[in-house]
Design a protein around this ligand. Structure first.
Ligand SMILES: NC(=O)c1ccc[n+]([C@@H]2O[C@H](COP(=O)([O-])OP(=O)(O)OC[C@H]3O[C@@H](n4cnc5c(N)ncnc54)[C@H](O)[C@@H]3O)[C@@H](O)[C@H]2O)c1
Ligand SMILES: [Zn+2]
Ligand SMILES: [Zn+2]
Length: 365
């Protein structure tokens, strides 16, 4: 099959048409990938900001059609339309039964880039190819755990639904599941890519009274306005913490770091009120650190949370987000500013590198 393979970091991906994929094993399905969005987490691996296991197929924000069932799969049928998820909940492990499905034992693949047993089902010239970020959807086909392919109604366009896979699950989930923002709250969002703009929409759904956004890109601030943001900061020319105090008098109830810069965690922590909550959503490169002086921190009562894919249960939340989209309460279309054929994947990566538009969605098959 055709797939975009990362063979060397810093050099983009290479389209290969001789990648082999094993048929689905017990409990797995094969999905024909129709569309895949591009997330900054893919770009961070491709460009070398994050470590990589090579060769690897990235792409983890995808939707497609089930084409083959492994033994024992009775939750899906051939022909079902699905959104793929990087965090398939097994439902029975220590983490799942305690309500933390995004750290399920099945999600170790986010870093190992393999299934739990160390295999990937992917190879080229007899050598293993890794399954990037637990999905590997820059590819005509994906084999996934049955719970990693979540059924959606057949009339939902797959090129729209795919952005639910990462951007929407992460951003909306960070608000509703991780932070549990309440009605009337004040919210600051730092960084307005697909993730941050989904945080904005989550805050609107939660009934936040004030949604203040910061991003140096004017076009992204304008997009945030259409999605429910109330106040706008250009961090290139304004002091974010000073503006936070001007707007709220005491600091924000919640701040979300969604740019992937460790320095913005300091900004977020300074911009929240005593007792407020900072949520680390972005994934800064490993050499960037965030330090705290406990003696000063402990008397603020501030809370710092992290979120993996918005703390979602994908089986519950993907259908929920699709239903909100259908009800006109969640805008998926606004996140998709460009569509490109699979052959233009390196140009699509460039779109994200230069913050051109929001999400570019690939038309894969
Ligand atoms: N926690 C998770 O599970 C999870 C899931 C998906 C993505 N991520 C991470 O979330 C981050 C965002 O991903 P994305 O796809 O939206 O990326 P993106 O590149 O589309 O957006 C990042 C935005 O941050 C803005 N930015 C840069 N410097 C800024 C500053 N000083 N202040 C405010 N904004 C600034 C950029 O202009 C850009 O609009 C990445 O680090 C990604 O790896 C985390
Ligand atoms: Zn992502
Ligand atoms: Zn589990």
């Amino acid at each position: 099959m055709k797939a975009a393979v990362l063979e060397e970091q810093g050099k983009g991906v290479v389209l290969r048409d001789d990648v082999k994929i094993e048929p689905p094993g017990p409990g797995q399905v094969r999905v024909r990938v129709c569309n895949c969005g591009i997330c900054h987490s893919d770009l961070s691996v491709i460009d070398g900001a994050f470590p990589a296991t090579l060769p690897v197929i990235l792409g983890h924000e995808a939707a497609g059609v089930v084409e083959e069932l492994g033994a024992g799969v009775d939750s899906l049928e051939v022909g079902d339309h699905v959104v793929l998820t990087p965090c398939p909940p097994c439902g029975v492990c220590y983490y799942c039964v305690r309500g933390d499905p995004t750290v399920c034992v099945r999600t170790t693949g986010l870093t190992s880039n393999t299934f739990v047993d160390g295999t990937t089902g992917l190879s080229r010239d007899g050598a293993m190819v890794y399954r990037g970020l637990n999905v590997a959807a820059f590819s005509e086909n994906v084999v996934a755990d049955a719970n990693g392919a979540v059924k959606i109604p057949a009339d939902v366009p797959l090129d729209v639904a795919c952005v639910v896979g990462c951007a929407v699950q992460t951003g909306v989930g960070a608000v509703l599941n991780t932070a549990r923002v309440e009605e009337g709250a004040t919210v600051l969002v730092l960084g307005l890519g697909g993730i941050g703009l989904s945080v904005v929409q989550g805050a609107r759904l939660a009934g936040a009274a004030r949604i203040v956004v910061s991003d140096p890109v004017a076009e992204r601030r304008e997009c945030a306005r259409a999605l429910g943001a109330t106040d706008f900061i250009d961090p290139a020319s304004e002091d974010v913490v000073a503006r936070a105090m001007e707007i709220t008098a005491v600091g924000f109830d919640y701040a979300f770091e969604a740019a992937g810069r460790a320095a913005l965690l300091d900004v977020g922590l300074a911009a929240i009120r005593n007792g407020g909550t900072l949520v680390a959503v972005g994934a800064p490169p490993p050499e960037e650190l965030f330090t705290l002086m406990p003696a000063a921190f402990v008397i603020t009562g501030k809370k710092i949370l992290s979120t993996v894919l918005g703390g979602v249960n994908s089986l519950r939340d993907i259908p929920r987000y699709i239903a909100l989209w259908r009800a006109g309460r969640l805008d998926l279309d606004a996140l998709i500013t460009s569509r490109r054929p699979f052959g233009e994947i390196n140009e699509a990566l460039d779109d994200l590198r230069s913050s051109r538009g929001i999400r570019t969605v690939l038309e894969i098959s």
